[in-house]
Ligand binder design. Structure first.
Ligand SMILES: Cc1cc2nc3c(=O)[nH]c(=O)nc-3n(C[C@H](O)[C@H](O)[C@H](O)COP(=O)(O)OP(=O)(O)OC[C@H]3O[C@@H](n4cnc5c(N)ncnc54)[C@H](O)[C@@H]3O)c2cc1C
Length: 264
């Protein structure tokens, strides 16, 4: 299975039989549970001077300063910052209008010039933690064109992730002000986030609390392997795809090494 954090549990939950009445590989009841995203905060500073940031590489710097747990911060685990370059001409216009910084009519051009090439910012990718009530189930009504039940997603941002976001915004504001920003704005969490889908068929050594074993094989079904974001145990505060690729290679390697006894 490699249909990622929503597609994989959807297929498993739809695959019911007398042996697996609650879905394939779901004796533990964990399939679909522990759905994690990456709550993402975007923080932008506006400067008097031109920065020329749009000419540089995107995401030029990354910081792991706040990645590990420090309980004095009031939350577990942490986040990384990605330092974004400034926005270019069209995105300044679109972003500026959306944020209410560039009015139509009189003053439009002055307001545009005030922020064009004069902003830069940070994104904070927060490590969501597994919570069983955040989950993928099957929608009781909605179906695809083949009549197969669609996935339904229930997710509530945890207090831990909310505290992490608040801390990330506050430190990013400090950074931008120290760098000379005359104004700082933020979105937290950004509403269009939720592209990283993790945790819904998690890995573990205990068949009662996990779906696949430590090398990606289903505890219940010995010829079923999962190689996507659903086997993550936490979300890690970084973009997930290199880790998904590494897990796919790792599981493939394990299969090769264990070929003689793979299904025992
Ligand atoms: C807008 C956006 C931006 C992103 N940016 C980044 C980034 O910057 N860095 C990063 O690391 N990650 C990023 N991601 C996440 C990244 O795309 C995923 O982590 C990655 O694609 C996962 O790879 P995958 O092969 O496991 O799953 P997917 O690429 O999701 O592939 C799963 C495949 O399974 C298929 N499938 C699902 N259900 C069924 C079914 N029932 N029958 C048949 N086929 C099915 C799907 O059609 C799909 O082709 C981003 C995602 C989005 C949406």
């Amino acid at each position: 299975m490699a249909c990622n954090g929503v597609g994989t549990p959807r297929i498993l939950l739809n695959s019911v039989s007398a042996r697996f009445p609650h879905g394939l590989a779901n004796t533990s009841g964990q399939v679909g549970r522990n759905l994690m995203f990456h709550p993402y905060a975007s923080i932008t500073g506006y400067f008097d001077d031109e920065l020329d940031g749009e000419r540089g590489p995107d995401n030029a710097y990354w910081s792991h300063e706040f990645y590990e747990t420090d309980t004095s911060r009031g939350f577990l685990r942490g986040f990384i910052y990605e330092f974004n370059r400034g926005t270019a001409t069209a995105s300044t216009a679109i972003g500026g209008l959306a944020a209410g910084r560039i009015p139509w009519g009189g003053g439009h051009h002055d307001a545009y010039r005030r922020i064009h090439r004069r902003s830069t910012g940070l994104g904070a990718i927060c490590e969501d933690l597994p919570e069983p009530h955040n989950r993928v189930t099957l929608d009781p009504i909605l179906k695809d064109i083949h009549g197969i039940p669609a996935p339904r997603i229930d997710y509530t941002l945890s207090e831990n992730s909310q505290r992490m976001l608040d801390f990330a915004v506050a430190r990013a504001t400090d950074i931008l002000k120290a760098a000379g920003a005359y104004d700082v704005e933020f979105e937290s969490p950004i509403p269009r986030g939720g592209w990283h889908l993790m945790g819904t068929a998690r890995m573990g050594t205990n068949p009662e609390t996990s779906v696949v074993n430590e090398w990606g094989r289903s505890h219940d079904v010995k010829n079923l392997f999962i190689v996507d974001g659903s086997i993550f145990t936490t979300s890690a505060g970084v973009n997930p795809t290199p880790t998904i690729q590494a897990l796919a290679l790792y599981v493939a390697d394990q299969m090769k090494q264990r070929l003689a006894t793979l299904f025992d």
